[in-house]
Write a protein that binds this ligand. Sequence first.
Ligand SMILES: Nc1nc2c(ncn2[C@@H]2O[C@H](COP(=O)(O)OP(=O)(O)OP(=O)(O)O)[C@@H](O)[C@H]2O)c(=O)[nH]1
Ligand SMILES: [Mg+2]
Length: 321
Amino acid sequence: MSDDIRAGFCAIVGLPNVGKSTLLNHILDRHLVAVSAKPQTTRDRILGVHTFALPAGEAGSDAEPAQAQIAYVDTPGLQDGRGPLRRYMRDGAIGAAADADVVLLLVDAADRRGRMPARMAEPDAAALGDASRSHPVVIGLNKVDRVAKPELLPVIEAWSRFAPDGDVVPISALTGDGVAALERAVARRLPLGPALFPPDMVTDRSPQFIAQEIIREQLYHQLGKELPYACAVQIETWTERTASEIAIGAVIVVERDSQKGIVVGKGGARIRELGIAARTAVGAALGKTVHLSLFVKVLTEWSRGEDGLRRVGYRAEGDGA
Ligand SMILES: Nc1nc2c(ncn2[C@@H]2O[C@H](COP(=O)(O)OP(=O)(O)OP(=O)(O)O)[C@@H](O)[C@H]2O)c(=O)[nH]1
Ligand SMILES: [Mg+2]
């Protein structure tokens, strides 16, 4: 008997706000990636590895291994890209899909227009349709906690016709309904081979990156409609005082002086609140006591040029600058 398991990469792709990051956090049972009610929360692709036991006889074959390791890649929601930041996000998502063994196309089943396969023919989403057709695919119909069953049936049928060789799995990333079945559907399509990562590894991202993302998530929660998109977060100092206590200094980068005023708030009230919420969330995510100092810096129009993007940490792969 060989030691081979089902192991490979699965890109989680979809339109903005369908629940890709919520799903990854649920699968890993931790707050690894930023989630918010606003679209375009995720900007970078992020690896999250899940190693788990497959139920005996799942595939109806003795040859099926007892274990699977799915290396998920969370990606930015696909949207038409104008401007360098949008382009960076789009390239990241499409690149992750191209490199994956399996594409997990996540669909918001509660979104009447976005939930039908016809949506994939529109220009902003065409790359999603292409990725789904050129790879083994699993379609996750998410947010079924918000959809009545009879309403769901035609959606399932339409996706089954769209991807006759794929599985269509209704799930709720919020409650966890259907997620185990979804993972098994992905695992079945992965190659047989050795594990790609150590079994206890969850991500290749540093604690600094995770902290930065969770601070940025708070900006989406607490700032108005437009402002989060003008913000980036950078970790400037990171001091591990003890094994369970870290002091973090982070900078919120905005594009204009007027935005700085809004983030700081009257008498510093807004940034204080952001600091408290972010400190709690980062502490919970890292399992440590966190002391957080937040500052705001203006980097004029950083999101409008490649140079500004690089300066706040958004670097395309192979860009050593
Ligand atoms: N009711 C319900 N809401 C969900 C579910 N999954 C995600 N959401 C909500 O949908 C919103 C978007 O979730 P995200 O996980 O940030 O979505 P995303 O696809 O990663 O979004 P981008 O990174 O912007 O592309 C959040 O408000 C989530 O709480 C679900 O299963 N049910
Ligand atoms: Mg996301």
